[in-house]
Design a protein around this ligand. Structure first.
Ligand code: HMG
Length: 389
């Protein structure tokens, strides 16, 4: 029985900044951000968008009544959780109208957890083939103003419905993962901002990649020639290029040319959004499937997931015939194109806003203009109130 991705939805907030304008204000050569880092635009989340609302908005794009009845597991991967106890998945379960007899759980391991959610979903569906699982990767990447990480921020969510007989990508059972206790990037409980050792994090990412790829090749007896395309965790698009270069360094010209040929379509959305942590690998996959040429039936895509701290995994899937019919390319292009550009001053104000750290009630100014968008309306008596705009 094939198990895999049957639907993919995506949401990013209505606001962005232009990276060249950020560079100008920071006194940096614009090419450093657009070429050196490889980012053109960066999504900015207002206070009314958080990990819960973005995940709900991504899921609402794809769920129909049949899905709502069949889903009995909601797995939300995030490192931008909004409560130490209650899982964001419970709110998403309610906001998306999924039937009551479902389990809803939040998972955490930096940018990696949505991949763990996929593994759990596959196990669940293999035991209960009539069931579906909603997997969410949702985050706001925040390093703070005037920091080294500032040009690699972003916000957004990817929602995937996993099922038997998927219509988009059938996942293989070939994954190789590894864990190693390192301090390249983390966010202590007291901080709204991530702490990062930037250069070490780049090196750690590449070390994990080459390590799991080497083990994957050996265990599965596969090589680059078995893959039509590769997708990576994309914290900023230049990192995706570094990853691709690392894997193709000793490849045949044919393999290197084919794999490099898919790089641009695989980072098109990431370049306009920035890092969305847990969802970034899946945003790259979405970008490849929607912005790339139609891949032949059963073409194998290799996927590398990395979450700082750290866990890495290499796995793969094969595209299903006619998958393009199930993609929402027009909707995703419209979502990106209709966003409003913020001035750098507006962005700086929004980035520094935070909910009260004490028990003070707050009613939020909802900035979103799209009706039907799920927003955080406020917090009363320590209870977060979510609903549609
Ligand atoms: P930096 O020190 O500002 O930048 O940090 P740099 O000096 O290293 O320059 C970056 C690149 O721009 C270099 O290219 C320069 O040569 C180039 P590279 O050597 O890397 O190929 N450059 C220019 N190019 C063209 N024209 C110019 C120019 N000037 C310079 N004029 C860094 C950059 C990414 C480290 C920083 O932004 C950062 O710390 N970001 C956050 C950490 C991060 O994203 N790490 C990625 C790996 S870890 C990961 O992916 C996990 C993560 O997603 C978290 C999670 O798991 O939850 C982050």
């Amino acid at each position: 029985m094939e198990i895999g991705i049957d639907k993919i939805g995506f949401y990013t907030p209505e606001f962005f900044i232009d990276m060249e304008k950020l560079a100008e204000v920071r006194g940096v050569e614009p090419a450093k951000y657009t070429i050196g880092i490889g980012q053109e635009k960066m999504a900015v989340a207002p206070l009314s968008q958080d990990a819960v609302t973005m995940a709900a908005n991504a899921a609402l794009e794809v769920l129909n009544e049949e899905d709502r009845e069949a889903i009995d597991f909601v797995l939300l991967g995030t490192e931008s959780g909004v409560d130490h106890s209650k899982s964001g998945a419970v709110w998403v379960h309610r906001l998306t109208g999924i039937q009551k007899y479902a389990r809803s759980v939040e998972l955490k391991q930096a940018c990696y957890s949505a991949t763990a959610a996929i593994t759990m979903a596959m196990g669940h569906i293999s035991l209960h083939p009539e069931r579906k699982v909603l997997v969410l990767g949702t985050d706001i990447a925040k390093y703070g103003l005037n920091t080294g990480g500032e040009p690699t921020q972003g916000a957004g969510a990817v929602a995937m419905v996993l099922s038997a007989n998927p219509r988009i990508l059938a996942l293989d059972t070939d994954s190789v993962s590894m864990s190693e206790d390192i301090s390249d990037f983390w966010r202590p409980l007291h901080s709204d901002y991530a702490i990062v050792d930037g250069k070490f994090s780049n090196q750690a990412y590449l070390n994990f990649l080459t390590d799991v790829w080497g083990e994957y090749k050996e265990r599965n007896n596969r090589d680059l020639s078995d893959f039509e395309a590769l997708c990576f965790h994309v914290p900023y698009t230049k990192m995706g290029k570094k990853a691709l270069k690392a894997l193709t360094e000793h490849a045949s010209e044919e393999d290197a040319t084919r794999l490099m040929g898919y790089y641009e379509p695989s980072i098109s959305y990431n370049k306009a959004v920035g890092n969305i942590y847990t969802g970034s690998l899946y945003l790259s996959l979405l970008s490849l499937l929607e912005q790339g040429p139609e891949l032949p039936e059963n073409a194998r895509i290799g996927l590398f997931s990395y979450g700082s701290g750290g866990v890495g995994e290499f796995f793969s899937g094969k595209v299903k015939s006619g998958y393009k019919e199930h993609m929402l390319k027009d909707e995703h292009e419209a979502l990106l194109n209709k966003r409003r550009e913020l001035s750098i001053e507006e962005y700086e104000n929004i980035l520094q806003q935070a909910l009260p750290k004490d028990a003070t009630d707050i009613e939020l100014d909802v900035l979103e203009t799209t009706s039907g968008t799920v927003v955080l309306k406020g917090v009363q008596a320590n209870i977060r109130h979510y609903g549609k705009n």
